[in-house]
Design a protein around this ligand. Structure first.
Ligand SMILES: [Zn+2]
Length: 462
């Protein structure tokens, strides 16, 4: 299977010689090389670099003896999918997915060129270093090393290097899952971003622990347009029946609403197990107890805070065209994130807050993307915990709910149990990754090198 169009295959770098030679690669150098492909996704279908990086990856795989598929819905957008056959084909398959696109970077705000792919001071620097060309490099290096060593995993493993995660996935994971379902035949579980990375936390007794949250759940996503209409008129004769007035009142109600706590099983386990490892007791029966359990986790509580309740954030507002004209139409957009088990209630609350003067519609024609939950007591989760403990005997592995959204939402409808597991090991000097979707994005070299070993171990032992 090939894509609809041929495209530029990209330039081969000095450190990855062209040809049929099968060679081991350094995963850090490979990650830096991938960063040098500018795959900025501006949204609304505007992303130019994915075909080039997809062809680059496919060519490295082909030169190592694999037969990858390069496919996409249009010339610029492409993903690479490769199935590695396992030794026991009766076992259910596993999907490993990583996205090729990145969010925009404003170079003038960075202290280093975001697309230079620089390795310096123990870090790999650049847009995508931690989100998620690190994992893409780890996946690719694992495959190239398997080709050198003649490694065969136990079960079929489908590797998907996908386009368009940083928008809606319509040109990547969503398109693949809808149009090429056959590629994922027999797949029972998937791993992708985000989870399996160490977080150093201070315990009550002054010692510290290394927490490895693995995502077993994700909040749901819905984007909504609000609309208020009324008669337009002269700005010097205000009326109570004002489109903008109705919209602002609704937005104020939404903005000041205190959402009720809804604890999913993953969040409950995260708060209990992480606090227990720190030697702290928790009481999750009361709101105050839950807040205290989140606060006790310090910086690791930042993510948890977003997952204990739904959130509705007004992000865009538009009304009017002239200062002395009362507009007849006012519009706004909301970013809605619902926790597992809370999505129906969230919608009912939003309707109540909007009142009867404001109408709503979902921006996506297929409506909200519901929250996800994968089992925490599965052999998959047990295998992730075991592999992390093999590489770091002090690891405290806990489930977590991701506050944001990933391509897991595209693959879950295929009946796949989706986990956020893009593992890293600790940096000996305490470095950690920074700047995801912000400035000066970077990841410790040690994270990526140890992460590749953990991923390899997981994929061959699971
Ligand atoms: Zn990402």
């Amino acid at each position: 299977m090939t894509g609809t169009q041929q495209a530029d295959t990209g330039t081969w770098p000095m450190d990855f010689p062209e040809g049929n030679a099968v060679h081991r690669v350094d995963v850090a150098e490979l990650c830096a090389r991938l960063i040098r492909f500018d795959t900025t996704n501006y949204g609304e279908g505007d992303c130019k670099g994915e075909r080039v990086i997809a062809e680059f990856i496919a060519r490295m795989l082909t030169d190592s003896g694999y037969h990858p598929h390069v496919l996409g819905p249009c010339p610029e957008r492409a993903s690479v999918v490769l199935r590695v056959r396992g030794s026991d084909r009766d076992l259910p398959g596993l999907l490993v997915h990583g996205h090729l696109d990145v969010v925009p970077a404003e170079p003038e705000q960075w202290s280093i060129d975001p697309f230079a792919g620089t390795i310096q001071d123990g870090y790999i620097h650049g847009r995508g270093a931690a989100d998620m060309k690190d994992m893409v490099a780890m996946m690719l290096a694992t495959l190239l090393n398997w080709a050198v060593d003649g490694t065969t995993p136990k079960r079929d493993i489908v590797f998907a290097f996908v386009a368009d995660e940083e928008d809606r996935g319509d040109y990547g994971a969503v398109w693949l899952a809808e149009q090429h379902r056959d590629l994922f035949h027999g797949v029972e579980a998937a791993i992708g971003e985000a989870g399996g990375s160490p977080k150093e936390l201070g315990a009550a007794d002054g010692s510290s622990i290394r927490l490895y949250p693995v995502s077993t759940a994700e909040r749901g996503t819905a984007h909504m347009r609000l609309c208020a209409t009324a008669t337009s008129g002269h700005g010097s004769y205000p009326t109570e029946d004002s489109a903008l007035g109705h919209l602002l009142a609704a937005l104020h109600r939404i903005n000041t609403y205190k959402w009720p706590l809804v604890l999913s099983a993953a969040v409950r386990s995260f708060l209990e197990e992480a606090n227990q490892a720190l030697g702290k007791t928790v009481d999750l029966q009361s709101d105050a107890g839950v807040e205290a359990a989140v606060d006790a986790l310090g910086k690791a509580g930042f993510m948890a805070r977003a997952t204990i309740r739904c959130s509705v954030t007004p992000t865009m507002v538009h009304a009017g065209y002239k200062v002395n004209v009362i507009p007849g139409l006012a519009e706004a957009k909301l970013d809605i994130r619902s926790v597992p088990g809370g999505e129906v209630q969230a919608l009912a609350i939003i309707d109540e807050l909007l009142g009867d003067k404001v109408t709503r519609e979902f921006l996506s024609p297929d409506g909200p993307r519901p929250p996800l939950e994968a089992p925490m007591d599965s052999p998959w989760f047990a295998a992730m915990r075991e592999v992390l403990l093999r590489h770091d005997p002090e690891a405290v592995v806990v489930p977590q709910c991701l506050g944001a959204s990933t391509d897991a939402k595209a693959f879950a409808p295929l009946g796949v149990q989706c986990y956020g597991f893009a593992p890293h090991g600790p940096d000996p000097e305490g470095r950690t990754f920074q700047g995801v979707h912000g400035i000066d994005e970077r990841i410790p070299v040690a994270f990526v090198r140890s992460g590749q070993r953990i991923l390899d171990d997981f994929l061959t032992s699971v």
